[in-house]
Design a protein around this ligand. Structure first.
Ligand code: NAX
Length: 328
């Protein structure tokens, strides 16, 4: 029998965790041939709730699920991890300044980075979902010097998927008619969903739409503020769609992106497109042989340049703030 892949999930008792774990265990993360072992990390107060979710996972009798272990200690949770989904984070509460938020999350992602460095498997791949995702990923990466930096990524796949559907609806096509959507920058309201390189039935997304007002006043803000719109409508933040995007991100990372298409992920910049080296910023990426690579050589016009730069500027500010706080 195949050796199971160890998948560590933090924030396992949260709402994204609840939507995510069943899909991992059913084989949707790594394919129908790959057994998985779940290692769940929670804070002590939420371990009991994680145990309840584990009981339900047991009750599904998933043929590919070869075990579940629950921890409140990151060192144990990341021991032998091949894949780590860092979902648990400290949310912004009322009256919290950005510095407080970054500091609280530094207290989570620094020890998790250290634990990954100490005990994860050689092929560890990390996806950070917990916000502020890009900067949390940067903090974890900075504390895992023995792990190649490229193994730390943050999630913009939900933004990517949101952009696909918004464009498809506008054009009256299906999402499978659209290729090469791109999200640039930070997973925040400054993110830039780019339809100039998207391909729709033989033309570009921007040409197919041919409506600058829709682009600037509808599309970009709708994608960027979708999280808030979901909270407003549902009374709770996106969970199943976020879990779905996390599945997509890791699935494509391990198994490859389809020929003739790309996706979006926040990966460590190598300086491409003027994004300072070392920042974890969203780019158009393809995955080949288990590695995400930034798509090169795209022409960036002034409209896009301005928006990419604005989002990257925010990432630089976040990086400088966590540096100031001694978190990286
Ligand atoms: P919940 O509050 O439902 O769950 C978070 C869980 O994390 C809780 O069970 C909590 O006990 C746990 N946790 C907190 N600190 C922990 C630690 N140090 N170790 C292990 N577990 C810890 O939040 P949920 O709705 O599941 O969202 C989780 C995170 O995803 C949030 O930070 C949220 O902002 C972020 N999101 C990111 C998205 C993205 O596209 N990158 C989209 C969806 C989501 O908003």
């Amino acid at each position: 029998a195949q050796v199971p892949v160890n998948v560590t999930v933090t924030g396992a008792a949260g709402q994204i965790g609840y939507a995510l774990l069943f899909r991992i265990a059913s084989g949707q993360l790594l394919g129908a041939d790959t057994p998985v072992k779940l290692r769940l990390l929670e804070i002590p107060q939420a371990v009991k709730a994680a145990e309840g979710t584990a009981m339900e996972l047991d009750d599904c009798a998933f043929p590919l699920l070869s075990g579940i272990d629950i921890f409140d200690d990151p060192r144990q949770a990341f021991e032998g991890a091949n894949i780590a989904l860092l979902v648990g984070a400290r949310p912004r509460t009322k009256g919290m300044e950005r510095g407080d938020l970054l500091e609280a999350n530094g207290g989570i992602f620094k020890p998790q980075g250290q634990a990954i460095n100490a005990g994860a498997a050689d092929d560890i791949r990390v996806l950070v979902v917990g916000n502020p995702a890009n900067t949390n990923a940067l903090i974890a990466q900075a504390h895992a010097p023995d792990v190649p930096a490229e193994r730390f990524t943050a999630m913009t796949r939900l933004d990517h998927n949101r952009a696909l559907t918004q464009l498809a609806k506008k054009l009256g096509v299906t999402v499978s008619d659209i290729k090469k959507m791109t999200i640039w920058g930070n997973h925040s309201a400054t993110q830039y969903p780019d339809i100039f390189h998207a391909e729709v039935n033989g033309t570009t997304g921007a040409k197919a739409v041919d409506d600058q007002t829709w682009l600037t006043e509808e599309f970009i803000p709708t994608v960027a503020k979708r999280g808030a719109a979901i909270i407003e409508a549902r009374g709770a933040s996106s969970a199943a769609s976020a879990a779905n995007a996390a599945i997509d991100h890791v699935h494509d990372w391990v198994l490859g992106t389809p020929e003739g298409d790309w996706t979006s992920a926040a990966v460590v910049s190598d300086g491409s497109y003027g994004v300072p080296e070392g920042l974890i910023s969203s780019f158009p990426v393809v995955s080949r042989d288990g590695r995400y690579e930034i798509v090169q050589g795209l022409e960036i016009d002034d409209f896009s340049r301005e928006r990419i730069d604005a989002s990257v500027k925010e990432l630089v500010e976040e990086r400088d703030a966590v540096k100031q706080l001694g978190l990286i």
